[in-house]
Write a protein that binds this ligand. Sequence first.
Ligand SMILES: *Cc1c(COP(=O)(O)O)cnc(C)c1O
Length: 455
Amino acid sequence: MADRTALARLPKVDAVLDADPLQSAGWRRSLARRAVQGALAELRTAVLAGKSVDIPDAAALAETVAARLTSWARPRPLRVINATGVILHTNLGRAPLSSEAIAAMADAARYCDLEVGLYDGKRGSRFAWLRPFLCSVIGAEDVHVVNNNAAALLLACTVLGAPGGVVLSRGQMVEIGDSFRVATMAGAGGMRVVAVGSTNRTHLRDYAQALDGEGPDAEGVPASALLWCHQSNFRQEGYVKEVGLAELAKLAKARNVPLIADLGSGSLGAGLPAVEPTISEYLDQGVDLVLASGDKLLGGPQAGIIAGTAEYVERCRRFPMARALRPDKTTIAALHATFAAHAREGTPALPLHQMVALHEDGLRARAEALCSKLGWGAERVVDLPAAIGGGSLPGDTMPSVGVWVPCDKPAARARALRLGDPPIIGRIEDERLLLDLRTVDPEDDGALVEALAQG
Ligand SMILES: *Cc1c(COP(=O)(O)O)cnc(C)c1O
C-alpha cells in the first residue's frame, strides 16, 4: 500500500534549492531545479510503488542532489587501471594511446593548421598532409579516414554497392558485439546486401550468380560489388568452405566490380602474431578497398581506415556522406602520431605492441614484488592467459602473470577496487579475483599496492 501521507511530507522544490549545500554550491539554478525535481520524482515513484522510503527534509535532499551534481560534473570518462588481461578491451576504450599521440591530441585541441597551408596561407584539406604518409606506411595507392570502421563499411558499401548492392557470404555475416552486425551496417545507407551461400559453406559460383542477378536472394537484379568480411571474432571448424580472398579478387576483376574487404583489426604486421592478416596482405591479394579500425591492432585512436585503389578511395572521399563521417582534428592528430610509430623499424612504440611483447619473466617479477610488499604468500602469484581482444585472434591467448587477491567475497572486493581512485578493473574466475599485470602500466603498480593494502 502506498503511503499517501509520505507524499505530503516531501519537501518543496524551492525549499530544497534554498537549503545548503545546494544553495551555496554554485550550480546553475535551472539545472539544480531539474535535478531536485528528478530526485523528488524518484522518491514519489518509490512511495507509490509501496516501498518503505525515508522521506528526507529539504536540507538532506539538498545534500543528495548536490552530491549527484558533483558526481555528474566530475571529469569523465575516468582513467582506470585495466587489470583484466584483455589488451584491447572495448568497454575500457580499446587501444590505449601512446604519450606522443596524447600530446598531439592536446596540441590539436587548441588552434592548429588543420585546413590551412602554412606556406601559401591557402585553405587546404584536413587530410592533405596525412594522406601520403598513411599511403606509404600502409603500402596503399590511396587512403581515406573516417570516424570508425563501421563508418568505413557504411561509406564503402553505399558508394561502391550502387546500383545493385553488395554480395556477402552467410559465413561472414559477423556480429561484432553490442548488436553491431556487418550485414546491417553495410546496408544501413539503404544499399542492398545480397546474402549468398550457407552458414558453413560458400562457393565461388554463389558470388558469380549474385553478380548475374541469379540465385535465391538476388531476385533478378545483378549485384554491383563483392564484400568480404574477416571472421575476426570467431572460427568455424568442420565441414566448412570459404572462398579465398585472391580467388574472389579474380572474380571481381573478371566482372569489373569492386571487391571490398572488411578486415576490422587493422594490423600493419610489426610486433603482432603473424596469424592476423595485415592491411597490405589484403591489398596484395587484389582487394580494391580494405577497411580497418584505428583502435584495434593499429593501436591508435577510434577511426576507420579505407585503403585501396585511387579511383575507389576517391569516390568514397567525394561522396556527400563522407562529410558526416569525417574524423575530428584530435583524432587526426592521434592517428598521425600512431602512424609515425609504425613508420619506424622494429616493434612500434605503442602501448598495445609493447604490452603484447612483454615477457612473462618480467611480469612474474612484478607480481612477486607486489605480493612481497603486501605480505602475501607466493601462492598469490598466478599464471594467467591474457588476450589481445577487441574482436581479434579469437581463442588465442598469451601466457601472462598476475595476482590472486585474497578475499572472502570476490565480487564485493572487485567492486570496491572498481570504486577506488583510480578505479581498478580485475576479473573473476572460479571464484578468484585476479589482476593480470600484462595490461597494467608498471607505473601503476604502486597504485595497485596502495589499493590492495586497504583490503
Ligand atoms: C571491429 C570491427 C568492425 C567495427 O569497427 P569499429 O571501428 O568498432 O566501428 C567492423 N568490422 C569488423 C570485421 C570488425 O572486426
